[in-house]
Design a protein. Structure first.
Length: 214
């Protein structure tokens, strides 16, 4: 069967797998954004604690994804749970790092002016600092999303949802009927999903970033 015939026959399944892949990625990045931004706000301005938290979060990236998925199996079993937890752990670091960097890049003069206007610490954070840091924070979320799209494919090793099952299934049967088509369809699906999400972040950036900061 040619690849075009394969796509014509299997496109509903491929689209469903892409939807599952996108869902697990967006859930993981959403949870990681809450954790990363929250931690970044909490530790920013405390250099010692910031370095420690960044070191701990960054150390997760040194763990091979297959090893991390394997370590989670005894506790969480197979399927969505270990997939989601592993993806969140990987996605936290770039969001946390960019949150701290973005907040530290806010000019001190702006902070002093806001303080002179009588804004409280939380008011300065919500109305001044976070909006100014937002482009940098959003870049961290964008990087985390692209990274997570790729790692989510490996979650097939723990029966995770998404396109990884198609890729791993094809590789396991290489030389068999439609094995190459499965692998190619899964790989192209991951690439197209990454491109679609990246374009989504371009739109979100334009809609949420003040004109003067673009």
């Amino acid at each position: 069967m040619s690849f075009s015939e394969y796509l014509s026959d299997r496109w509903p399944t491929i689209l469903q797998l892409m939807a599952e892949h996108a869902e697990i990625v967006l859930l993981a990045v959403g949870a990681a954004a809450v954790i990363g931004i929250g931690l970044g706000v909490a530790v920013e301005g405390r250099p010692g604690i910031s370095r420690l938290v960044l070191a701990v979060a960054g150390s997760v990236l040194t763990v091979p994804s297959l090893a991390l998925f394997g370590l989670l199996i005894p506790v969480f079993g197979l399927g969505v749970a270990p997939t989601l937890i592993a993806l969140v752990l990987y996605a936290v670091f770039p969001i946390l790092r960019n949150t701290i960097t973005g907040l530290e890049s806010v000019p001190g003069a702006v902070e002093d002016a806001a303080r002179g206007m009588g804004l409280s610490r939380s008011g300065r954070l919500l109305r001044i600092r976070l909006p100014l840091a937002w482009p940098v924070v959003l870049t961290g979320v964008r990087v985390a999303t692209m990274m997570t799209v790729a790692i989510a494919a490996i979650a097939a090793a723990v029966a995770g949802p998404g396109l990884g099952g198609l890729i791993f299934g094809g590789l396991a049967r290489i030389g068999g009927a439609n094995a190459l088509n499965d692998t190619l369809a899964g790989t192209l699906g991951v690439a197209l999903l990454a491109l679609a999400l990246d374009l989504l972040f371009v739109v979100v950036s334009r809609l949420t970033t003040p004109r003067g900061l673009r």
